[in-house]
Ligand binder design. Structure first.
Ligand SMILES: [Zn+2]
Ligand SMILES: [Zn+2]
Length: 234
């Protein structure tokens, strides 16, 4: 990929929406798969009362729209300003209690797991039925749209073309606790291919430091997958 193409893919522009400033991809086709569209606001005439506490709107009790769900609330029920990175808002925006809770959780994903995914980790990678795994660095592209695999050969997989993701784990510690992630198996539609291609990533056994990084990367990918499937279901 030339640096010119890479720059085009990562280009962003500032736009003003009624809810605030947004930093959006210059080219829609390269938008983040984690992105969400801004909701339609419930029209003013359809909500004379707060949709949470039922307070009647008047001069003193003003109406506010939640930027995430678009419903109408009073200031008490919709007073929190919370970051909403999935809609590309630059600053925290007003949200109802329910939405604020979800957005807080997602902010944690953006602050922690996304950084892990962008910095990448080393895996043994097997494509399809190939017998011989290749050592590759796997990371998420800057625009969050592609999985980039870099070894003796290079591959990029559009996140939107991935149909299933399974995190492979080993060991359930006695007395409960979480199993350790050891790998990931996914299937995706490669451009031009008729059937799905299978890809398997396994955290290498050798170096301890890189192993820890690989495990963290897999855990981050697990969270990312949840976000993706939640937004596909909406
Ligand atoms: Zn209210
Ligand atoms: Zn809301």
């Amino acid at each position: 990929m030339s640096s010119e193409v890479a720059a085009r893919r990562d280009a962003k522009k500032l736009v003003r929406s009624p809810s605030g400033l947004r930093m959006v991809p210059e080219h829609r086709a390269f938008g983040s798969p984690f992105g969400l569209e801004e909701p339609q606001w419930v029209p003013d005439k359809e909500c004379p009362r707060c949709m949470q506490c039922d307070a009647k709107f008047d001069f003193l009790t003003r109406k506010h729209h939640c930027r995430r769900c678009g419903k109408c609330f009073c200031d008490k029920c919709c007073g929190q300003k919370v970051p909403l990175r999935r809609m590309c808002f630059v600053d925290p925006v007003r949200q109802c209690a329910e939405c604020a809770l979800v957005s807080h959780k997602e902010a944690e994903f953006y602050d922690k797991q996304l950084k892990v995914l962008l910095s990448g980790a080393t895996f043994l990678v097997t494509f399809g039925n190939s017998e011989k795994p290749e050592t590759m660095v796997c990371r998420l592209s800057n625009n969050q749209r592609y999985l980039l695999l870099d070894g003796d050969s290079r591959h990029e997989i559009d996140i939107a073309h991935i149909s299933t993701v399974q995190i492979l784990t080993e060991g359930f510690p006695p007395g409960g606790g979480n199993a350790r992630a050891t790998g990931m198996s996914l299937r995706f539609a490669a451009p031009g291919a008729e059937s799905l291609t299978q890809l398997k990533l396994t955290a290498g056994e050798d170096a301890h430091a890189s192993r820890r990084q690989s495990t963290a990367w897999l855990a981050a990918m697990h969270k990312a997958t949840k976000l993706l499937y939640e937004s596909r279901d909406q």
